[in-house]
Design a protein around this ligand. Structure first.
Ligand code: NAP
Length: 524
């Protein structure tokens, strides 16, 4: 494989639609880690009849869209990468965003996905057509595609959460979300208000603090921050990984098992987290000498309840003379200032929203319509759920990569993605062998699975840690985002597609068999 860090020149970024685009067997939506993994594994399995629809003009998903200063991964790159595409050239233990984006572009090219990628195709709606046993897709520009299998690689953290702060839309200065960073807006000399102190803000605040005139950091809840064990990967290590690939595999395996240990604290024995909390307290005490600021930055919930953050420069940035951590609470925004609950006004030229994503609400209404014309959001009225995070009853042949309860608070999402991709491949293989047109998970199987998940989640740090987090669905109070266990348990659970868990309809030689709705309509 060519050096992963070499810039990639994808041959054709806007491939025109070909006449045969109107139909494909498998439609994949999105070209981030999920969509690319699905495409690459299909290709490797000898399946060619698939297209990857991508709304943007290049691959990369979240690693294309998030490009704020300091954006980097908080999981070690030797693990946060495809198992089938090791990159011996990672420059750091935790690689910066441009390098991860290049890695994904390079993977798409190396594994021959270019001819399957359709850029500029934003999915507007996918409707299950029971009479034909296919999904009918309509893109934002009106193009239509028919596909038997629909794989969503749309990701869970792609819709920015814009806070509902009165007057925010009346602000006369510049406002942008961390995911839509305005590199054309010079921050030098400006009074900047940053709202939010999550994983994104702690990465960009240290980068911009030295440039700006003033930085007010509006903190609602302080995060727990651990030191980041980041460093350059030495030239010798990179040479070793290239010459002896098993050494990189050993590093990956070591990282995997080290991170898996965290499950003991998150899921099995939340009290163990107290020891981790001590390490975070020491980090804070070392970095912040001012007791008043330190008190502001000390969380009052158990570590792990919200995502544990890692940074070596966040606390340092907050001790700068031009930075204020504001905890009074924002009452409203006026054209030139943020007004606090105590009535004080804090003038600003620019507001940067580090307010995260709509994780429990990842899709707009009207995008995925299943059997009986039911919107997936209606199926998820009491919180999103799926079977093995992948299939949803009432939505035949729909496979969600990174679906409900597949998120992690402790390890690499790429591992979960690859587990799901293998499950989908097994499903497709069995469907082909048994000549099955469509499968739909049985409601009882999905219910039983989710009851088990929710029971486990009740005893985890995420439920018992005393915090409010985006892991929890605000309507139902259920944790609909995280997998409550070891990742190898998920890997094991998704190893084999059990056809018995699914209702299924046979393929016919001539066209396709009518599915129940149509059969019922025909009988009526
Ligand atoms: P986030 O972790 O959800 O943080 C959002 C922040 O905005 C929180 O501090 C939140 O406060 C605050 N906030 C939200 N609404 C607010 C309001 N109305 N007023 C005041 N504050 C408000 O979002 P994020 O930092 O963008 O990260 C989201 C996720 O993306 C991460 O958890 C992670 O999974 C992923 N991510 C990963 C990496 C990586 O390195 N792999 C990097 C960045 C992001 P509260 O805490 O009080 O709600």
């Amino acid at each position: 494989m060519r050096q992963m860090n070499a810039p990639v020149d994808l041959p054709d970024r806007l491939i025109p639609t070909r006449p045969n685009d109107a139909a494909c067997d498998i439609a994949i939506i999105g070209s981030g880690f999920s969509g690319l993994a699905m495409g690459i594994r299909l290709k490797q399995a000898g399946v060619d009849d698939f297209l990857i629809f991508e709304k943007a003009g290049s691959v990369g998903g979240t690693w294309r869209d998030n490009h704020y200063p300091g954006c980097a991964c908080d999981v070690q790159s030797h693990l946060y990468s495809f198992s089938f595409a090791p990159n011996p050239s990672w420059s750091r233990m935790f690689s910066p965003q441009p390098e991860i984006r290049r890695y994904l572009e390079h993977s798409a090219e190396t594994f021959g996905l270019s001819s399957h990628l359709r850029f500029g195709h934003e999915l507007k709606q996918a409707v299950w057509d029971a009479s034909a046993g296919v999904w009918r897709l309509e893109m934002a520009d009106g193009r239509r595609v028919r596909a038997r299998i629909l794989v969503s690689g749309m990701g869970g953290l792609s819709r920015p959460a814009i806070p509902d702060i009165p007057g925010l839309d009346t602000f006369a200065g510049t406002t942008f979300h961390s995911q839509q960073w305005r590199h054309d807006y010079p921050l030098a000399g400006k009074r900047v208000a940053v709202i939010g102190t999550g994983a994104s803000a702690i990465q960009f605040v240290p980068q911009i603090a030295p440039q700006v005139d003033r930085l007010d950091l509006y903190q609602r809840t302080p995060p727990w921050v651990m030191p980041k064990p980041d460093r350059d990967v030495s030239a010798l290590e990179r040479w070793m990984f290239r010459q002896f690939p098993f050494t990189q595999w050993l590093v990956r395996a070591g990282l995997y098992w080290m991170l898996e240990m965290r499950v003991m604290g998150f899921v099995m024995h939340p009290k163990l987290m107290k020891a981790v909390e001590q390490m975070a307290r020491r980090h804070l005490a070392r970095e912040v000498r001012d007791p008043e600021l330190r008190a502001k930055l000390t969380p009052d919930y158990t570590i792990g309840c919200k995502r544990v953050l890692m940074s070596n420069d966040y606390y340092g940035a907050l001790t700068r003379a031009n930075v204020d951590v504001v905890t009074t609470g924002i009452d409203h925004v006026e054209p030139d200032a943020l007004v606090m609950r105590d009535g004080s006004r804090r003038p600003a030229d620019c507001i940067i929203l580090g307010t995260g994503f709509r994780a429990t609400d990842p899709l707009p209404r009207g995008v995925i319509i299943g059997r009986d014309g039911r919107d997936v959001l209606d199926a998820w009225r009491d919180g999103a759920e799926a079977y093995l995070g992948t299939t949803v009853s009432g939505f035949p042949n729909l496979f969600l990569i990174m679906g409900p309860n597949t998120g992690l608070g402790h390890s690499s999402m790429v591992f979960m993605i690859e587990s799901q991709v293998r499950y989908v491949l097994d499903a497709l293989q069995q469907m082909r062998q048994e000549r099955v047109q469509a499968v739909d998970v049985r409601p009882s199987i999905q219910d039983g699975f989710n009851r088990g998940i929710q029971q486990k989640l009740n005893h985890t740090i995420w439920s018992a840690g005393g915090c409010a987090s985006w892991y929890m669905d605000p309507r139902s109070g259920k944790n609909t985002t995280l997998w409550p266990g070891f990742t190898w348990q998920f890997w094991r659970a998704t190893q084999t597609f059990r056809m018995a868990d699914y209702e299924r309809w046979p393929m016919r030689e001539q066209g396709v068999a009518p599915l129940p709705e149509q059969a019922e309509t025909a009988r009526a």
